[in-house]
Design a protein around this ligand. Structure first.
Ligand SMILES: Cc1ncc(C[n+]2csc(CCOP(=O)(O)OP(=O)(O)O)c2C)c(N)n1
Ligand SMILES: [Mg+2]
Length: 204
């Protein structure tokens, strides 16, 4: 999958949503194509990939068939895409995938767990991450920092975000993929879509 193909996929889903063909929530990605293409070079097809409500890019980059994915989205399942044949699992519960991904890695299978910036501040993420580091488990958590938790500015709610602080401390330019400490990757991006649905978000 190229950057252009990823963007074209989400554009098509947006058109289908606009036409009233998808009668369920959709969370589209935009603005993080370069970072994901870089990260997925390190993801093997035999690894498990765990994702969130915003999972189309992760699924496509892990080899989930685009036609099959589109069918599931049209069936209203965008928010929880599951494709065990391709070792891909997504959940719309904030933090819900962290213990599942952890369990898979504890069973000896390499796992990648993608989480948003707000999720990474929460308890489920924190304890899964801590356990994975302490037990040296084969898992990488990838924190995708778009600065918002649906519509709440995460930093305003939670204070200084620890991954962002470390990335800046190491002079990582915003947007670059940052790897440290162990089992953690982090990148910043501007989400070029509303949290859910399509169109332009208006704030009062
Ligand atoms: C347990 C739970 N609480 C609340 C929600 C509603 N919710 C959906 S996404 C979200 C914010 C997540 O923000 P972040 O982790 O930064 O992810 P982003 O969507 O920005 O990628 C919330 C609160 C939920 N899905 N699950
Ligand atoms: Mg966020």
């Amino acid at each position: 999958m190229t950057k252009e193909e990823l963007i074209a996929f989400e554009d098509e889903i947006a058109d289908l949503y606009r036409a009233g063909k998808i009668r369920a929530p959709i969370h589209l990605s935009a603005g993080n194509e370069d970072q994901l293409l870089e990260i997925f070079q390190e993801v093997s097809r035999d690894d498990w990939v765990f994702s969130t409500w915003r999972s189309h890019y992760h699924a496509l980059l892990h080899g989930v068939d685009p036609g099959w994915l589109k069918e599931r989205i049209l069936a209203g399942e965008s928010i929880s895409i599951m494709c065990p044949e391709r070792k891909f699992y997504a959940s719309a519960i904030v933090g819900g995938i962290c213990p599942i991904a952890l369990g898979v890695s504890a069973a000896g299978q390499k796992a990648w767990c993608f989480v948003g910036d707000m999720t990474a501040e929460g308890g489920a993420f924190q304890e899964a991450y801590q356990y994975a580091v302490n037990h040296k488990l084969p898992i990488t958590f990838v924190v995708e920092d778009n600065g918002i938790s649906t519509t709440t500015p995460t930093e305003e709610a939670w204070g200084r975000l620890w991954q962002r602080e470390r990335a800046e401390y190491c002079s990582q330019p915003p947007g670059g993929v940052y790897r440290w400490p162990p089992r953690l990757m982090y990148y910043r991006y501007v989400l070029g879509r509303p949290h859910q649905g399509i169109g332009t978000r208006v704030e009062f």
